[in-house]
Design a protein around this ligand. Structure first.
Ligand code: BG6
Length: 279
């Protein structure tokens, strides 16, 4: 069943409930903030202090970073991670092909407001398939007369039982940009988190495996050859108004991205899709 709902403060979202899973998607940002397989714990982390108000990104779930990832390189005062995650999407389509699968397609398109932030005509489609796996596909269509470049990320916050017992497999020997030291490094073995981590792995198209003490999650990217791993650890979490002090212990962001040299040039009239399947 797919239902339109609102939080107590009037924040609109879509609720999905089928035989395999449940999910919630805010219309602002097309932001999936809950996904849970029947009989399992929620897969995605959501901050207990998150804002559910217009113009502020939800802290948790899967924010859509688009049309730029991180800081805007030419205009530093533009919103970090682009404007999609704080823009109102509209529901284009919803259907349930069987009792285990629900599909919604949301859309954001260029408007006077977006043209002031980013001077291109576009349509952005977000197709979310909720079932025994979760699939998120973000398709950029260039409706302009000139090509444009987008960097982006499906900024997935995974819920973990204990960050000190988590590993990420699939990045051995992969080169990354360490945002904390501004250095290029190379991964040795699995990624373990024992301090603040903020890295953009490059030239990687492999599936990743998140191993937690209580479960394993397969992360299968498509249309992506970069991955971001982020955990703010103690100090940074303390400085963040929308995270509880010890929240870093139960979350890890593994982001399916088109970041840095993996930014994509989309020709006029053409499309690019960035996708992830979580199983
Ligand atoms: C990550 C970045 O993707 O997102 C980090 O690599 C950043 O540098 C983090 O701190 C959270 O960003 P924000 O804008 O949601 O606070």
């Amino acid at each position: 069943m797919i239902t339109n709902k609102k939080t107590a403060n009037g924040f609109a979202y879509i609720e999905i409930e089928n035989k395999s899973a449940s999910a919630r998607i805010a219309l602002q940002g097309g932001h999936l903030f809950h996904y849970q397989q029947q009989g399992e714990k929620p897969l995605l982390w959501l901050s207990q202090k998150s804002h559910f108000e217009s113009g502020k990104a939800i802290r948790g779930g899967i924010p859509i970073c688009w049309p730029w990832f991180g800081k805007n390189l030419t205009h530093k005062d533009l919103p970090q991670h682009g404007f999609a995650r704080i823009s109102p999407f509209e529901l284009l389509e919803s259907n349930e092909p069987d009792e285990h699968t629900s599909v919604v397609v949301l859309q954001l398109q260029s408007s006077e407001k977006t043209l002031l932030l980013w001077p291109f005509q576009f349509q952005l489609f977000l197709r979310i398939t909720v079932g025994s796996t979760l699939k998120v596909a973000l398709t950029t269509r260039n409706c302009d007369s000139q090509s444009f470049t987008v960097s982006s990320a499906l900024h997935t916050y995974f819920a973990v039982s204990d960050i000190s017992r988590v590993s990420v497999q699939g990045l051995n020997k992969v080169r990354y940009w360490d945002a904390l030291t501004d250095q290029i490094k190379r991964q040795q073995g699995d990624v373990l988190i024992g301090e603040e981590v903020d890295r953009v792995y490059q030239k990687t198209t492999e599936s990743l495996l998140l191993r937690d003490a209580v479960r394993e999650v397969h992360i299968r990217p498509e249309g992506s050859s970069s991955a971001v791993i982020w955990n703010p650890w103690k100090e940074k979490t303390r400085r963040m108004a929308d995270m509880q002090e010890d929240a870093y212990k139960t979350m890890l962001c593994i982001e399916t991205a088109n970041a840095l040299e993996d930014a994509r040039n989309v020709l006029a009239g053409e499309e690019h899709s960035l996708q992830v399947t979580l199983a």
